[in-house]
Design a protein around this ligand. Structure first.
Ligand code: GSH
Length: 208
């Protein structure tokens, strides 16, 4: 099988299963035992020197970083369906909120949770309040980031939001909860959840 996801169900790789299910391509899961430190083994470091999951390989191509994997899969296997074409006016909005997730939500939530001291004007993720207000603006009055149309931007932006809500690193505002519910109602999300649950069961892992 061309697509292989190096995966552990308690990692961000769980969201990549959802990405793959939305795209609808066959893929293989390769379990990496994070608890046993298997992600620091030489063969994994050869793919991702960060020693982190997720890692996706597509034949000889290696893609790491949740957002990069989703954007890659969208362009490569769902172009014009889950990824607006480059000449589509929606492409800018699509990229904007897809990249807002790793650039702002990830560090901004971590900074808040860990109580980092930083200068808001210098830190790329700015203030926590502005981050929350921006996130609300992205989904205000619409079902998905692109309005009625679901896209990979929802997998990245919404997946990151769900992850941060689960770890109580983002305030559970009503708009966020309603959006998260729309995402988890999707058949692809439910198939992904079942696949993650099967891996948890196979390896005797309790739900976190
Ligand atoms: N920026 C990375 C984050 C990857 C990441 O931090 N993965 C965690 C699991 S969710 C990991 O592998 N941690 C193990 C470690 O760093 O030792 C991405 O978006 O993929």
């Amino acid at each position: 099988m061309a697509l292989v996801l190096y995966h552990h169900p308690f990692s961000r790789a769980a969201n990549v299963i959802w990405t793959l299910e939305e795209v609808g391509v066959p893929y293989e899961l390769r379990y990496v035992d994070l608890m046993a430190g298997a992600h620091k083994a030489p063969e994994i470091l050869a793919l991702n020197p960060m020693g982190k999951l997720p890692i996706l390989t597509d034949g000889e191509i290696v893609v790491t970083e949740v957002a990069a994997i989703a954007l890659y899969l969208g362009d490569r296997y769902a172009y014009g369906r889950l990824a607006p074409r480059v000449d589509d006016p929606e492409r800018g909005t699509y990229l904007r909120w897809s990249l807002f997730a790793p650039s702002v939500i990830e560090p901004g939530s971590m900074a808040k949770a860990a109580g980092w001291a930083f200068k808001e004007s210098s830190a790329g993720w700015g203030s926590y309040e502005a981050m929350l207000a921006s996130m609300e603006s992205a989904i205000a009055g619409r079902d998905f980031v692109l309005g009625d149309t679901f896209s990979m931007a929802d997998v990245v932006f919404g997946g990151t939001l769900r992850y941060m809500l689960a770890f109580k690193m983002v305030e559970p505002r009503p708009a966020f909860a309603a959006y998260a519910e729309r995402l988890t109602a999707r058949p692809a999300w439910q198939r992904a959840e079942a696949r993650n649950a099967a891996v948890r069961e196979e390896h005797g892992l309790a739900r976190p």
